[in-house]
Design a protein around this ligand. Structure first.
Ligand code: NAD
Length: 285
């Protein structure tokens, strides 16, 4: 048995094509189009690549997008005043702040200043709270992309034992809420979890997001488990790998996401979907 690949790149292209069609039509009719503001604070090399890719994706589907770059010396007050202006800007329907932020600024402090209506990353406490109460509004991009990928392959996850490895605010925790919403019996583990492999061997669906190359080996999992690899790790030789040891997993899992080409393209596509959602739901007519 070998696993079926969950092709995030293919699905991302399919969804983006649909979005592009909607935007082309609006442009032809001289109608307003969705706009995304991308804020980068500091000089993080990976962040620069991520925001460039987000802008490219916006261009591809025809969204308006603007990058706002600031030195890490910028003070909190100034960032908040820029966010306020963007909250009131009628041409901007989504605002995202690329993480991580420089140490002196806490993510929560800043992310709650973005209007929940323009919070296309889904990190605002209100959007996270609505998801927690089974009433999702704007949903965090990576977990939403994973749910959409599972749906595309018609994988029925209701009732499954789902395990999340990694409990960050941007992946693990919202993923836990998404899986609960989808009817999974959900366990979340993290760096303090004891006997991780006791959980691994019982799981039907494993989502791993810890940032450790090749961490999860195929020999630990239940035969036929579904493996979603969120990790993006750059090796010394420049190769990008996930948190999963793909070769060993491929022979034992039923489905698996590749890295690259799995969760990554779905995350960017969720950002586009969220921007379109905010645009449709909240734009002033
Ligand atoms: P993070 O550092 O904020 O969180 C890592 C989590 O992993 C923590 O909860 C920590 O407790 C847990 N952890 C660490 N070591 C562990 C261990 N040995 N056993 C169990 N849990 C452990 O990271 P993050 O921002 O959530 O990102 C995780 C990975 O996912 C990174 O490689 C990142 O680049 C990648 N990522 C990918 C996408 C995508 O679109 N594909 C999106 C976001 C993050």
């Amino acid at each position: 048995m070998v696993a079926q690949i969950l092709d995030g790149l293919k699905l991302a292209k399919k969804i983006q094509k649909k979005i592009k069609k909607i935007i082309c039509k609006r442009k032809k009719n001289n109608l307003i189009i969705p706009g995304l503001a991308i804020i980068l604070i500091g000089n993080n090399t990976s962040s620069k690549i991520y925001i460039k890719n987000k802008k490219i994706a916006c261009n591809k589907v025809g969204f308006l997008s603007k990058i706002y770059k600031f030195s890490e010396k910028i003070n909190k007050k100034k960032i908040i005043s820029i966010i306020k202006k963007l909250n009131n800007n009628k041409l901007i329907h989504g605002i995202l702040i690329q993480l991580p932020l420089p140490n002196k600024i806490t993510t929560l402090e800043i992310s709650k200043k973005i209007s929940y209506k323009k919070d296309v990353d889904g990190f605002h406490p209100l959007n996270m709270g609505l998801l927690c109460q089974r009433n999702p509004n704007i949903r965090s991009c990576t977990p939403l992309g994973i749910i959409n990928l599972l749906k595309e392959y018609k994988i029925k996850i209701k009732g499954m034992n789902a395990l999340i490895i990694g409990a960050s605010n941007i992946v693990g925790r919202p993923m836990m809420l998404e899986l609960l919403l989808a009817g999974c019996t959900t366990t979340i583990t993290h760096r303090f979890t004891k006997n991780l492999y006791e959980y691994v061997k019982k799981a039907d669906l494993i989502i791993i997001a810890i940032g450790k190359p090749n961490f999860l080996h195929g020999k630990w999992i239940k035969k036929g488990a579904i493996i979603i690899d969120v990790g993006i790790n750059r090796l010394e030789n420049g190769k990008i790998v996930g948190d999963v040891n793909f070769k060993s997993m491929y022979k034992k899992a039923s489905y698996i996401t590749p890295v690259p080409g799995g969760v990554g393209p779905m995350t960017i596509t969720s950002l586009l979907q969220n921007t379109l959602y905010s645009f449709k739901k909240y734009q002033k007519k």
